[in-house]
Design a protein around this ligand. Structure first.
Ligand code: UDP
Length: 327
């Protein structure tokens, strides 16, 4: 299939692009490289451009005879979305709706969308199933949910086949060792703990030790980026006109911040200096996916079903690329 991947030079995008190519799809990456990395994708498939350039998008969709779009390009920091919501509504909602208009003009109705566990806000029940009410508590989650709703309406009215994949905590790196996580600024727990183990940061600060969890720190469901990527491919290949495939994507098991720190110490063999700090506003105590639905319906199964194996691939990447893609 001929596929356009927006944001394909980013962290999850680049791992998905690699898998799509391995599956024999024809892939074009559309990325403005604001957070993505040129080195993360083969040069011959990279088209640099803004999502707001609609004529360009129309042209690319037509010229490359695109049959489906996998849409990663977005702003993704919860904290930033609280202080600069306009950026999130523009990048994540307006630009996505415009992209969807381009698809309509070109008669393309296949769309795989990067959604997020953040659309569930503070869940009533954990593990979180797809039936859990989606009530986001920040602008990032609001924009992602708005697109999910639009896609459901497009499926009903225009017969689109779409998937909305709600990621829990993406982590790890390709075992091949040449692509991995490289954010600026980095805010995610696993890379920051690894940096503390490497001495690149003086310590890791634990955001809150008084949560109602067994060790007082937040629990998250960390999923390997290649397992996220494989879910995109399964969903893409199973899209059906008029139908939405909505799945929660984690490994179905949660780990606390302290457990993550212990796993990094075990994998790296280095002690991690820790500082206990206050809670970070907006963090729910526990977010764990129920991944039964995608396992049942698409036969998806995580290859990295435990934290150690996820941390090992991340450590391998950071050790070999201490400056990320700049090395
Ligand atoms: N966290 C932490 N210290 C940090 C970064 C994150 O204690 O320097 C905690 C954070 O409060 C959350 C978990 O680690 O409970 C995962 O945070 P991350 O930012 O990686 O992902 P999120 O769950 O916010 O999407």
């Amino acid at each position: 299939m001929k596929i356009l991947v927006t944001g394909g030079a980013g962290y999850i995008g680049s791992h998905t692009v690699r898998l799509l190519l391995e599956r024999g799809h024809e892939v074009w990456v559309y990325d403005n490289l604001s957070t993505g990395h040129r080195a993360a994708v083969p040069a011959e498939i990279l088209l640099t451009g803004e999502l707001s350039e609609l004529h360009r998008l129309d042209h690319v969709l037509m010229e490359k005879r695109i049959a489906a779009v996998v849409h990663f390009a977005a702003s993704t920091y919860v904290g930033e979305s609280m202080t600069d919501p306009a950026r999130y509504y523009r990048n994540n909602l307006v630009n996505t709706l415009n992209l969807m208009e381009c698809l309509r003009r070109q008669g393309i109705g296949r769309f795989v969308f990067s959604s997020t566990a953040t659309t569930f806000g503070t869940p009533e029940r954990v593990p979180i199933t797809e039936d859990e009410p989606q009530r986001p508590i920040n602008p990032y989650g609001n924009t992602k949910l708005a697109v999910e709703r639009a896609l459901a309406d497009y499926a009903r009215a225009y017969g689109w086949g779409y998937a909305a994949l709600r990621y829990f905590n993406a982590a790890g790196a390709s075992p091949s060792g040449d692509i991995g996580e490289d954010h600026d600024p980095e805010t995610h727990l696993i890379p920051l703990v690894i940096w503390a183990a490497m001495g690149r940061r003086p310590h890791i600060e634990i955001f809150g030790t008084d949560y109602p969890t067994p060790d007082g720190t937040c629990i998250r469901d960390y999923i390997h980026v290649d397992d996220l990527a494989s879910a995109h491919i399964l969903a893409l290949e199973r899209l059906e006109p008029g139908k939405g495939l909505c799945y929660n994507l984690g490994i179905g098991r949660g780990y606390s911040v302290r457990e993550v720190i212990k796993a990094v110490e075990a994998v790296t063999g280095k002690p991690v200096p820790v500082k206990e700090g206050p809670r970070r506003p907006g963090d729910p105590a526990s977010l764990v996916a129920s991944c039964d639905k995608i396992q049942r319906e698409l036969g998806w199964k995580p290859k990295h079903a435990d934290l150690k194996s996820i941390v090992e691939t991340a450590w391998n990447w950071h050790r070999e690329h201490p400056k990320g893609f700049k090395k």
